[in-house]
Design a protein. Structure first.
Length: 117
């Protein structure tokens, strides 16, 4: 059914969800492919791929923005709302946690935040 709908099989979707919530995959026995979206205000927004601190074996293989898609280089700058596709081998699963933290938006602290505390 998933193939007919051009969607991921349920087990792959569940694995991706678990990896995103847990931050790391420590018991993978095969490479995993995951997509991330660089949120506005994220730590990685405006940073070059070469400066992300990803471990060997965790590679960004595709970037997309709107309908445009390309293979990134070390000099590719990540921008808000850019979608990236990553391949990580089992030994490099900590790279998924780095990507999750780097792509998620940081909470905005305003003066009202202090008054609510």
């Amino acid at each position: 059914m998933a193939e007919a709908l051009k969607d991921l099989p349920i087990y792959e979707v569940l694995l991706e969800r678990d990896l995103l919530h847990e931050g790391e995959a420590t018991d993978l026995d095969q490479p995993v492919v995951m997509d991330f979206t660089v949120q506005e205000g994220a730590l990685f927004e405006g940073r070059l791929v070469r400066s992300l601190g990803l471990p060997a074996g965790c590679i960004i293989v595709r970037c997309s923005y709107g309908r445009r898609e390309w293979v990134p280089r070390a000099s590719t700058r990540l921008e808000a709302n850019m979608r990236i596709t990553v391949v990580a081998e089992p030994d490099a699963s900590r790279g998924l946690a780095i990507l999750r933290r780097g792509c998620d938006a940081w909470p905005t602290i305003t003066r009202d935040t202090f008054h609510k505390a």
